[in-house]
Every structure is written in structure tokens, then in C-alpha cells.
Design a protein around this ligand. Structure first.
Ligand SMILES: [Zn+2]
Length: 347
């Protein structure tokens, strides 16, 4: 199956995406609009180039913070959600759990409750117009220490919202190791919220151990360094703890993966770990979730039935109700079956 055929098959299949950051789903056109609004003049070619000049995780995080800094008021999130809706529709993502990191916005004076109100309005609009469901996880952030993460959790808890279902932990993994954030996760679990953490992206398997043992993280963002520790791989498999793998993101930040065809997702999948595929930060890594499936198919020898299985996993590993998961998974199998019936020579 060539690339065009693969994308046409994929477009017919409903998907869930569980690892994506809303500020990074913004398009370059919208980044430029925000820049103009913030500074009064157009973004120069050099500035555009320097924004994307990074080759490691800290460099990327700095760029992420620069984009967050372009926002001048809460209504700027309307642009983000317009781009987000288009992205989800284009990739036939019908259910999405996305991260939002409030720290930088709160620091510049945005009111958390105003942001939540904006998100809720936009998410309801997308549901109504496109029948796509978005749920958010508030990234309490590991970059600015435990006190900041606890303050974020407090805000999150004080402004209940049906579209926000739990917390995440993202940011600088070296500076902010998982083991520092136990108190926030204990509270989130006790309060009945979902809780997930990025781990094993920029630090070895010990970070994933801390995420599962100390944070009781329900899923692991990335978790790719788990492959270095066979005992951990067994633990993830036995406890059905999903990894949200974002291949291009790891190749881009270069720490543990130098090239797509060396990505450990192949070994982790073969070892029986529950893998889901995400795009992480589309505008920064110039990718989409459909591109990621294609990377697996074209560079890592994933078969079409393995791609089908991974798409089913995206629903399985989600926080959807069991009945909804079953219904979506049925739709995935149906879409593959119909495509195969129409074009059997491609399988
Ligand atoms: Zn991420």
C-alpha cells in the first residue's frame, strides 16, 4: 500500500488520540497572527526559524514557552480550538484527551477560571458541530517545582468542569523528576481524578518506575526508555499500563532515538506492552497522528492489522466508559473490513 492509499484507509477509520498538547496543535498561521497581535509587526523569517531551532527536550520546551508567551488574552484560545477542531476532523480523531499547561498563562496574569470557561465553550461547540469529544488533562508541570504544581492542582480542583477530567505531569524531566510530585498525585487519586505522567522520555527507566510506583500514573507519556529494563517491560505488561508513544517527537529531541527506524516502539509492542500512538506537539514536530501511524507502517514494519490493533488501543487506553470504548472499537474493525472488501488487492 502506498502512502496515498494508507492515508485514505486511515481517514476512514475513527481514532482516539491520547497524547497531544493543545497549545502545540495551533497552526503556524495562527502563531503568526498571535505574534502580530502581541508585537504589532509581522514575524520575520529569522524569528520563525529561531523559534524552531532546537534539537533536544529543554530546547523544545523553551520554544513551547515562547509560543505560550505570544498569547495576549484568553480569547486567543479560540484560535487554538479552531485549529484543534480542524486537526481532529482531518485525522478522523473522534475522541481526544489533550494536555493543557496553565503555569505560563497564570504567570502572565490570565485567570484560570476564564481559561476554563473558554475551553468549555469551545469544546462544547466542537462536540455540537463535529461530534468530536475532547477531554482535557491539566498539566500541573514539573518544570517549576512542587509548589507551583500544587498551586496548579489547587486551581484545577477549585474550578470544576466536565471537560477537564484529571491531571498530567509534563515539562523538564531532568529538572523535575517524578519522585518530587507524589503529594500532588496522591491528592488527585484521592479526589477521584485521572492522573498521568510523562516519564522515560528524557530520563531512563527509573523515571518510569517512579511514575508507576510513586505517582500511580494510569498511563505513561512516552515511556520509551522502559525498553532498557526487562523487569519494567514485564511490569507494564502485567499491569496493563499503557504507554503513549509519540515517535516523531522522540526522533526530534534526539536523546534516546536517533532515527525513526530505530525507535523502540517496535520492541515494546512486540513485548506485549499496551501501546497507543500520539503526535505530542504537531506544530513543533511537523506531524499528525496519521503521520505517526504511517511512520510505523513504512519504517518500523508494522502490518496493517497491527495498525488496526494500535488504533483499537487508542480507545482501550482512554478514560472513556467501557460501553463507548466497545462501540468505537467495533467501528474501527468495521472501517478496516469495509476498506479491505472494497480494495482487497491492497492488503
Ligand atoms: Zn507530551
Amino acid at each position: 500500500m502506498n502512502k496515498k492509499e494508507f492515508f485514505s484507509l486511515l481517514a476512514s477509520v475513527p481514532k482516539a488520540e491520547l497524547h497531544i498538547h493543545i497549545e502545540a496543535v495551533i497552526t503556524m498561521a495562527s502563531v503568526k497572527k498571535l505574534y502580530k497581535k502581541r508585537f504589532g509587526n509581522a514575524m520575520s523569517k529569522e524569528e520563525e526559524k529561531s523559534l524552531f531551532a532546537y534539537d533536544d527536550l529543554p530546547g523544545f520546551i523553551a520554544a513551547f514557552l515562547k509560543v505560550q508567551d505570544l498569547f495576549t488574552d484568553v480569547s486567543d484560545f479560540d484560535l487554538v480550538f479552531d485549529d484543534f477542531a480542524k486537526y481532529l476532523e482531518k485525522n478522523n480523531v473522534r475522541y481526544c484527551e489533550a494536555f493543557f499547561a496553565p503555569s505560563a498563562f497564570v504567570k502572565k496574569g490570565f485567570k484560570y477560571s476564564d481559561m476554563v470557561e473558554n475551553f468549555s465553550k469551545n469544546i462544547k461547540k466542537i462536540k455540537k458541530e463535529k461530534d468530536i469529544t475532547i477531554k482535557l488533562l491539566v498539566d500541573v508541570s514539573r518544570t517549576f517545582g512542587l509548589e507551583n504544581a500544587e498551586a496548579n492542582y489547587k486551581m484545577f480542583k477549585e474550578v470544576p468542569c466536565e471537560e477537564i477530567i484529571g491531571i498530567g505531569l509534563g515539562g523538564n524531566e531532568v529538572k523535575g523528576p517524578c519522585n518530587l510530585f507524589g503529594p500532588v498525585f496522591v491528592k488527585a487519586h484521592a479526589d477521584g481524578f485521572h492522573a498521568v505522567a510523562h516519564a522515560g522520555e528524557d530520563v531512563g527507566p527509573e523515571s518510569v518506575w517512579d511514575a508507576v510506583k510513586i505517582l500511580n500514573s494510569e498511563r505513561i507519556g512516552h515511556g520509551i526508555t522502559s525498553i532498557q529494563d526487562p523487569e519494567l517491560v514485564e511490569y507494564l505488561k502485567a499491569n496493563k499500563i499503557p504507554l503513549e508513544v509519540c515517535p516523531t517527537s522522540n526522533v526530534f529531541t534526539k536523546h534516546y532515538v536517533k532515527a525513526m527506524n530505530e525507535h523502540p516502539v517496535r520492541q515494546l509492542y512486540d513485548a506485549g506492552v499496551l501501546i497507543t500512538i500520539g503526535s505530542d506537539d504537531p506544530v513543533f514536530f511537523k506531524t499528525t497522528v496519521s503521520d505517526e501511524y504511517y511512520n510505523l507502517y513504512s519504517e518500523l514494519n508494522f502490518t496493517l492489522s497491527e495498525i488496526e490493533d494500535l488504533i483499537c488501543n487508542s480507545f482501550k487506553a482512554s478514560f472513556l466508559a467501557e460501553t463507548k470504548k466497545t462501540a468505537f472499537i467495533k467501528e474501527v474493525h468495521k472501517a478496516f473490513k469495509e476498506y479491505k472488501a472494497a480494495q482487497p488487492e491492497l492488503f
